[in-house]
Design a protein around this ligand. Structure first.
Ligand SMILES: Nc1ncnc2c1ncn2[C@@H]1O[C@H](COP(=O)(O)OP(=O)(O)O)[C@@H](O)[C@H]1O
Ligand SMILES: [Mg+2]
Length: 512
């Protein structure tokens, strides 16, 4: 800033822009060192690295959560980031309370749980939220689909490979939403449910006066007809009416029953019990709270609440990701964003429960939306089964390609260990040999030989990942990890000399 602009700044401090209470993008969040003591600036791990995403791998009990996970979580809390924490285990809320307390931020923690004060009526939020695109049918359709993707996987049907089936389901949702909005000017899950379950199942039924008398779908179509005309939305209405009166009843009965039951089995979970209370009644918080420094923790651990916990968290995650993506308007300079937009994080331990196809898309713009994704899971196969379907492996690998920092803790899974070694790469190493030739054994003249050749070897052998320390008293409460970050040069040590390398070893403390 030059003197001229300084002179023009208001003298009254209350009018000047407050300094952000989060670090600059290139300030150290973690200091990583090969020897546990000295960390050169080359090895700082900063916000700009965090924006590129983190994936932590390690067998159960390898020190993911208490080692590298804890270190990053504490750094985020100390740096005043906002965030969303998804939970799989019931002890995670305790860990986060500890991290918040250590950073003096207990009041920033917003814990969503049964019996608690916080409610998030997701349909009301999506329909009434600020920002362009609010209330648009397509947003709601995509929201349902992201939850359904998780639901299907649970039922082992594979990740929605069938394009026709997906299209038909989307069409069903789109028309149900449009009908509710046209008729009621609002939208709630019970209305969608009633529309879909009372729709005609044959062209004859659609014409039957008895059906018309009892069907919510028929009643809403009648209300919508009048309202659409008043609002000048007659053509929208006609599309919706044609779908419900002609297309839907003409679908093959098997197709219809599959898409209807896909929707109803998911909707059922939200229409009763605790999910109804938490997600279909009031609206007391939203993703925007994170932008002001709140850390939302969804205390509906999957291991306790099963698919209810999973659906609810995947649903909120999707809404949160969309809110984060739209918070910084296009054309905002990096400097302006850095000064005004608080970094936020998305945290999922046991991330195999929460990962879905939207994550790769979200991560691709995470740097400009200043969002740090941190996922922890055991191994690659846990992601393969999470993505499901024929392309599971390539989907999982392309998703992982978007999370640049990979932290490998101890692991016995050869898939993961080979993949880690492959990512770090190979090097040409000299291999020496020496010995007596066969001639001697055959009683001929002695022929001693020695020599060497160049062989291509892994820089880090796959078996090294099986030998990392996992924490606990026997390893001084230190959990070892090998960290790889695409395109990054770290400063390591080789034979007492500093060397640039693409990975670094670090031991994370479990106790603070
Ligand atoms: N604060 C702690 N102090 C000592 N040991 C711990 C602490 N937290 C976890 N452990 C132990 O360290 C090992 C790694 O734990 P954890 O981080 O939970 O593994 P992971 O998340 O990879 O499953 C386990 O044996 C666990 O019992
Ligand atoms: Mg863990």
């Amino acid at each position: 800033m030059d003197d001229f602009t300084l002179a023009k700044r208001p003298l009254d401090a209350s009018q000047s822009t407050p300094k952000p209470n989060w670090p600059d993008d290139d300030e150290a969040l973690l200091e990583l060192s090969h020897d546990g003591k000295n960390c050169p600036p080359e090895n700082y791990w900063c916000l700009k690295d965090a924006f590129e995403g983190v994936q932590i791998f390690g067998a159960t009990g390898s020190g993911k959560s208490s080692g590298s996970g804890q270190a990053i979580a504490r750094a985020f809390m100390e740096s005043n980031l906002g965030g969303l924490v998804l939970t799989a285990k019931s002890d995670e809320v305790l860990s986060w309370r500890r991290y918040a307390q250590a950073a003096g931020r207990e009041s920033d923690l917003l814990i969503v749980e049964p019996g608690g004060p916080h409610r998030f009526n997701f349909l009301r939020y999506e329909f009434k939220r600020p920002g362009t695109g609010a209330g648009h049918t397509e947003n709601l359709v995509n929201l349902f689909c992201s939850v359904l993707e998780a639901a299907e996987r649970k039922q082992g049907q594979g990740g929605g490979q069938d394009a026709y089936w997906q299209r038909t389901l989307k069409q069903l949702l789109r028309n149900a939403i449009d009908l509710a909005v046209l008729a009621l000017d609002d939208i709630d899950l019970p209305s969608l449910y009633r529309i879909i379950t009372s729709a005609p199942r044959s062209v004859e039924e659609a014409e039957n006066p008895d059906w018309k008398k009892v069907s919510a779908c028929a009643a809403l179509l009648e209300v919508a007809a009048g309202r659409a005309h008043e609002k000048g939305r007659s053509s929208d209405f006609e599309l919706t009416r044609d779908f419900w009166m002609r297309e839907f009843p003409s679908l093959a009965p098997e197709t219809r029953s599959v898409i209807v039951s896909t929707f109803t089995s998911m909707a059922d979970c939200f229409l009763r019990g605790l999910l109804r209370d938490l997600f279909c009644t009031d609206l007391t918080f939203g993703p925007e709270d994170c932008f002001k420094g709140r850390v939302i923790l969804l205390n509906l651990p999957v291991k306790e609440f099963n698919e209810l916990g999973q659906f609810a968290q995947v649903l909120f995650k999707f809404i949160w990701q969309r809110a984060v993506e739209r918070r910084i308007s296009a054309g905002t300079s990096r400097e302006a964003a850095q000064a005004a937009a608080r970094p936020v994080f998305l945290w999922a331990d046991e991330s195999q429960f929460f990962v879905n196809s939207y994550d790769a898309l979200f991560q691709s713009t995470a740097r400009s939306s200043r969002a740090c994704t941190v996922y922890l899971t055991q191994n690659l196969p846990s992601y393969f089964s999470a993505f499901g379907g024929q392309n599971a492996r390539s989907d999982a690998e392309s998703f992982l390609g978007n999370l640049q920092t990979k932290i490998f803790h101890a692991n016995g899974d050869p898939n993961t260990n080979n993949w880690a070694s492959d990512s770090i790469g190979k090097t040409r190493q000299a291999q020496f040999y020496g010995g007596l030739s066969e001639a001697l054994a055959k009683g001929g003249a002695m022929n001693q030989s020695a020599g060497g050749s160049m062989v291509v070897e892994y820089v880090v052998q796959p078996q090294e990942f099986t030998m990392l320390r996992t924490g606990g008293a026997e390893s001084n409460f230190l959990a070892d990890a090998i960290i790889f970050q695409g395109g990054r040069r770290w400063l390591g040590m080789k034979k007492g000399e500093p060397v640039a390398q693409n990975h670094i070893r670090h031991s994370f403390p479990q106790r603070y």
